[in-house]
Design a protein around this ligand. Structure first.
Ligand SMILES: NC(=O)c1ccc[n+]([C@@H]2O[C@H](COP(=O)([O-])OP(=O)(O)OC[C@H]3O[C@@H](n4cnc5c(N)ncnc54)[C@H](OP(=O)(O)O)[C@@H]3O)[C@@H](O)[C@H]2O)c1
Length: 292
């Protein structure tokens, strides 16, 4: 059962003036979006909650086929029902991206039904914040993050890649700005798995582009979702609403640019470059202080 105050956090799609300045997102050009997605098959992983679920009503306005993947079947069914009157064709698949067999079955099913994907939105994700000394009996944290955020998505994408050839296909990876920042204490399982997938995709990007498959990596800041609400210390921090994140991703379906980072991110990255080791020293000092 989710406490009411937490629900408010996740469902709050209002943006303060500061959040609007930090995270400006352009309105969607509906005509260009229509040109991009009309009659296309769009796979959204992690479609049951958060950013993935917020993408559904935007894309459902068009004549598209949406393949929605997540573990929670009832949520997917409810979301499908909510867009029943729309022109789109929606197919839901309850699958656990940590399970190799479930992914294989999904790929087999699509092959048998002759389903070929045009746009992949690799969005499913699992995050864990837990410090090292609290993780000694929790190897599974690392395994689960690695499977959800890295190996599962790789298996899925490899399985659909052949179907992406001979058309202007597009892979969008929903990543996080932390991937591009110095390592942070407590985030080892999450950050390493997101970095691993990011690197896998970057290594593959030129080969994909040579076959006319575009790749966009969206490095999001904090977004108000079920994922971030569990960290109460983040509740006071500026965050994007999930609706805004979905709008941003949709704009990348249109413009197919390779990277998104917030406009101020260059300054943050430059500081990390100019002062290497500063974050490490700050973190070490904080840990020692907390231990006293
Ligand atoms: N929220 C943030 O602050 C933030 C910041 C930067 C980047 N991101 C990234 O944004 C993406 C979406 O996250 P969100 O914030 O929208 O989180 P969310 O609300 O928790 O949604 C995560 C989605 O992933 C699905 N999922 C999780 N584990 C899965 C598994 N093993 N197999 C299949 N599906 C699974 C969940 O569905 P089920 O539970 O039904 O399986 C859910 O639909 C993630 O990749 C995350 O890393 C989030």
């Amino acid at each position: 059962m989710i406490p009411e105050y937490k629900k408010d956090y996740e469902d709050n799609n209002r943006q303060s003036m500061l959040e609007n300045i930090l995270f400006p997102v352009r309105n969607i050009n509906e005509k260009r979006l229509q040109e991009r997605v009309e009659n296309k098959t769009i796979l959204i992983t992690g479609a049951s909650y958060g950013i993935g679920a917020a993408l559904i009503p935007i894309l459902a306005e068009y004549t598209v086929t949406l393949l929605l993947v997540a573990r929670t079947e009832e949520r997917l069914a409810t979301l499908k029902k909510s867009i029943d009157d729309n022109a789109c064709n929606v197919k839901i698949y309850a699958a656990d991206l940590r399970d190799e067999n479930e992914i294989s079955n999904l790929l087999e099913l699509w092959k048998n039904e002759n389903i070929n994907v045009d746009i992949i939105i690799n969005n499913a994700g699992k995050s864990i914040y837990r410090k090292l000394w609290n993780s000694l009996d929790r190897f599974h944290d690392t395994q689960r993050c690695a499977a959800t955020n890295y190996t599962g998505p790789v298996q899925l994408i490899l399985g659909v890649l052949n179907g992406l050839l001979q058309k202007e296909a597009h892979i969008i990876n929903v990543s996080a700005i932390n991937v591009l920042l110095p390592p942070a204490v407590g985030w080892s399982a999450y950050q390493s798995s997101k970095v691993a997938f990011d690197q896998w995709l970057k290594c593959s990007e030129a080969e994909l582009k040579a076959e006319n498959i575009s790749v966009s990596s969206i490095y999001l800041p904090l977004v108000r979702t079920r994922m971030s609400m569990v960290n109460e210390n983040k509740h006071g921090q500026p965050a994007m609403s999930k609706e805004k994140a979905a709008k941003l991703i949709t704009n990348y379906i249109i413009n197919r640019k390779r990277r998104y980072t917030p406009w101020w991110f260059g300054v943050v990255r430059l500081s990390a470059f100019i002062f290497p080791g500063t974050l490490y020293r700050i973190q070490l000092r904080q840990i020692k202080k907390a231990d006293k």
